[in-house]
Design a protein around this ligand. Structure first.
Ligand code: SAM
Length: 274
């Protein structure tokens, strides 16, 4: 019979955040697949657990997943843990889960800490709908591109960022999003836990460049109409004209609408089309 695959969340700082179920699972499984075995060993020592460990990190996820699947098929029960928080969330886990599904192996989540969710709930922004983005690319051009894609998103946005890149990322966010409200969850569950809330321009001046951080960005408050106008105004006047022409408006109506969208006098637009 196949073994079971346990996806075990571990603390993101405060070791008391490990759950009873997580401890019991780690005690009972045959093998623990850990992102960094030395890191997990410290947790296991703290919990007085002695178990075989195997490394399972992003770069070896594909190869190691095959080896773990073989062990699961032999009947071994395996726990996957990352260095902190929930495996699979900007951490290894996805690959073995996909393969386990293909092989009909039972996957059992052992819930616990997740920096994204705990930062979100303390941000004060809408938790009804949110987008988890995780880490942005280190390349500036890709970072800008991704943020441009997200700039009109009305859902709350969640980003992970490394402390040495935080100022750079917040400055790009300010450029792309404008002076939006944000909240930074820093060192959550640790001694220096804090939440920095305010406008991007204000947070940039006071955010420390050390400690672990999650950036929560309030969703765009622009209406669909405002976004449509913004997009139309980014076109040339001729393209703008064509857009309304294709919708069947008369020349007179189009000129009036373009002038309104661009907040200019009708005459100005009229002159361009005679
Ligand atoms: N899987 C983890 C989880 O469930 O939250 C996330 C792992 S990801 C590699 C690490 C990032 O999570 C950090 O760069 C930081 O953005 C965020 N993070 C982890 N622990 C944190 C903490 N205690 N306080 C604030 N952010 C934290």
């Amino acid at each position: 019979m196949n073994g079971k695959l346990y996806i075990v969340a571990t603390p993101i700082g405060n070791l008391d955040d490990i759950t009873y179920r997580a401890v019991n699972t780690l005690k009972e499984v045959d093998l623990i697949a850990a992102e960094d075995t030395r890191h997990t060993l410290k947790l296991l020592n703290h919990l007085n657990i002695s178990k075989p460990l195997i490394s399972y990190y992003k770069e070896n996820e594909k190869i190691k997943s095959n080896c773990l699947i073989d062990k699961l098929k032999e009947g071994q029960n395996i726990a996957v843990v990352s260095d902190a928080g929930t495996p699979g969330i900007s951490d290894p886990g996805e690959e073995i889960i996909k393969k386990a599904i293909e092989e009909n192996i039972d996957i059992i989540p052992i819930p616990g800490a997740c920096a994204a969710i705990n930062s979100l709930i303390c941000s004060g922004f809408s938790t009804k709908e949110f987008c988890f983005i995780g880490f942005l690319s280190a390349k500036k051009s890709e970072k800008v591109k991704k943020l441009e894609e997200l700039k009109n998103e009305t859902k709350t946005l969640i980003f992970y960022e490394a402390p040495h890149k935080i100022i750079d990322t917040l400055e790009i966010m300010l450029e792309v999003f404008g002076d939006r409200d944000i909240s930074i969850g820093r060192e959550i569950t640790k001694i220096h836990e804090e939440f920095l809330r305010g406008r991007l321009s204000e947070i940039i001046t006071k955010v420390p460049t050390k400690g672990e951080m999650v950036i929560i960005v309030k969703g765009s408050s622009k209406s669909e109409k405002e976004i449509e106008i913004e997009n139309l105004n980014a076109l040339t006047i001729e393209e703008h004209y064509k857009f309304y022409e294709e919708k069947g408006y008369s020349k007179k109506e189009i000129i009036k609408m373009i002038a309104k969208d661009r907040d200019v006098k009708k005459d100005e637009i009229y002159k361009k089309f005679i």
